[in-house]
Design a protein around this ligand. Structure first.
Ligand code: B12
Ligand code: SF4
Length: 498
């Protein structure tokens, strides 16, 4: 069969698309796990944000798909439905499958008949379920035996029992197939970027994170042989920067250290790595871990700081993962120590913070913004966002704080919840106003590493970061609120990708 797999074009605000266009790791993993006789094409629509319709039309014409699969996050649901409508219009007989976080955690959002008729929902991990689904379609053997699958029959949707997560130990999940990609242009600061996975899962239960509802509290890892072969494959396919997409690679510090050593031994430390990590792991093991990470080529560490105030951390259920230990005892917040280790070893901090929590005031948000100004290299400051089935969503709903139900705004940088003390718009304004200047400050660092890219693209990067602003704002002749209003209007238009 011909299979066309699509990831959505919707992107976030943190970095302009000219700076970062990353592949979706799920699709190549699915492609690598189908039976060999299928023809699979993978298209990351983030690469063609301005030509989504034309690209989908061309791909449907060229690949003549029997199956179209879409990977969807919550804020991409509206776009996904428009794309499904288009695909159905172009090829009415096609079977449409959706998977990823939104269909898995909110399947009811895909079972309607009105628009974007979906035939199958793959819930949770997709490789085995999708492989079995294609076999069942080919053999016409029915769908009720496929775990993790929801399927339409007539006007009804049937939801099969859940599938257990894979332990990743055997060869049950085969390596990704990067050759299936049919679009090009992946980039981070001009360097070709790819994604790799070394493990799945996490044993924490932060209230804002979708991972626990998605797969339970567990941690499973691939063998180093497989990981190193995967990195080599990404390199052979042109990648010179890699984003490690593991949910929480720093959960097992000994393993992470051994992985760094394996990367060094394999000579793959010529790649720039970006990784997400907990502050506690780095703070508590930085003496040995941080130098090894640097030697292995790690450049950017996305730190899940979440918040610097203890009350907020408690609400986010993120206190323990941010706790420093001394002599086996709790010794306060781990963030500053972790940042020191990262900086001392020549790496940079992408600072993940969440502001606008229920009890936040102007002062508590400002304290976090001030912290970011002082300590982080690149800000990744978000508003708490009530994604389907997270514990946080329940809290916000019970307290009546959700003010915006338009899912396309759930991109993390649009405040869709108010606090008990301030409006959502005020919280968003504070973040927006502060974050732009923090990004400008990072330019010299980026310039030292990628001078030609920055020389060529600095005006575009600046224009993107400050869209909505005019000279009047810079000269103080116009209230920045006006620029913020224009920025929000621009963002709204941008979100209509198709
Ligand atoms: C890596 C990552 C990123 C990276 C890379 C994203 C990319 N290009 O892939 C970066 C940092 C850029 C990023 C950004 C964002 N992310 Co993110 N990210 C993750 C993370 C850590 C891992 C995702 C991953 O690649 N996993 C590995 C792959 C193999 O697994 P998978 O995606 O789950 O796919 C499996 C199944 O879902 C299923 N499947 C998936 N798609 C499909 C499609 C079909 C057809 C089928 C059959 C099956 C299927 O099968 C796959 C294989 O088993 C997750 C989870 C987490 N712990 O936080 C969050 C997560 C996915 N991100 C999330 C969000 C919200 C965002 C942002 C909006 C946040 C923001 N404001 O910055 C942006 C938007 C990204 C964009 N498009 O612009 C949310 C999604 C929540 C939701 N309900 O939608 C998550 C779950 C984090 C959370 N808050 O809980 N993200
Ligand atoms: S530590 Fe990270 S992956 Fe684990 S539950 Fe918290 S936010 Fe999610």
């Amino acid at each position: 069969m011909n299979v066309l797999l699509l990831s959505m074009p919707d992107s976030f605000e943190h970095m302009p698309s000219v700076v970062i266009r990353m592949p979706n790791g799920a699709l190549t993993s699915l492609a690598g796990n189908l039976d060999a006789h299928h023809h699979v094409a993978v298209a990351d629509l983030i690469l063609v944000q301005k030509q989504v319709r034309e690209t989908v039309e061309r791909l449907v014409r060229d690949t003549e798909p029997d199956i179209v699969g879409l990977s969807v996050m919550t804020f991409q649901r509206k776009t996904a439905k428009k794309i499904i409508d288009l695909v159905r219009h172009l090829r009415p007989q096609v079977k449409v499958v959706v998977g990823g976080y939104d269909p898995s955690l909110a399947p009811d959002g895909y079972t309607d008949n009105e628009t974007g008729k979906v035939d199958f929902i793959v819930r949770g991990e997709g490789e085995i379920t999708f492989r079995e689904l294609l076999r069942a379609i080919e053999d016409e053997s029915g769908y009720d035996h496929i775990k993790g699958l929801s399927y339409r029959s007539g006007d009804r949707f049937y939801h099969n029992p859940e599938r257990n997560v894979s332990t990743l130990e055997s060869t049950e999940i085969r390596p990704p197939n990067r050759k299936a990609r049919v679009l090009s242009g992946y980039s981070i600061l001009g360097r070709q970027v790819d994604v790799i996975e070394t493990s799945r899962g996490c044993t924490f239960d932060c209230s804002f994170c979708s991972i626990i509802e998605m797969r339970g509290r567990n941690f499973h890892a691939y063998s180093f042989d497989r990981v190193i072969a995967d990195i080599q494959d990404a390199y052979d396919n042109g990648a010179r920067a890699l984003f490690i997409v593991d949910d929480n690679i720093s959960l097992n510090v000994k393993r992470l250290e051994a992985l760094c050593q394996a990367i060094i031994d394999a000579g793959l430390n010529k790649i720039d790595y970006t990784v997400q990590a907990m502050t506690s792991s780095i703070a508590n093991h930085g003496d040995t871990l941080a130098p090894l990470m640097r030697q292995a080529g790690f450049r950017y560490v996305f730190l899940g700081i979440e918040n610097i105030l203890e009350d907020d951390l408690q609400f986010l259920r993120a206190s323990s993962k941010n706790t420093k230990r001394e002599d086996g005892k709790k010794a306060g917040n781990a963030t500053i120590k972790a940042i020191e280790y990262i900086h001392k070893n020549g790496m940079y901090v992408i600072g993940g913070l969440i502001v606008g929590n229920p009890d936040d005031t102007r002062e508590s948000i400002e304290a976090n913004l001030e912290f970011a100004r002082r300590y982080v290299d690149w800000p990744y400051i978000q508003h708490p966002t009530p994604y389907p089935r997270t514990p946080m969503t329940k809290d916000f709903r019970e307290r009546g704080l959700i003010i915006n139900e338009n899912l396309e705004d759930y991109d993390g940088t649009t405040a869709v919840v108010k606090t008990e003390h301030m409006s959502a718009e005020d919280a968003e304004f504070m973040r927006w106003q502060a974050e732009r200047w923090m990004k400008v400050r990072f330019m010299p660092v980026a310039f030292r590493h990628e001078p030609w890219f920055i020389i060529k693209n600095a005006p575009k990067m600046f224009a993107d970061t400050f869209r909505g602003s005019t000279w009047k704002n810079f000269l103080g002749w116009e209230d920045e609120r006006e620029a913020f209003k224009r920025y929000r209007a621009i963002r709204k238009i941008e979100r209509a990708y198709i």
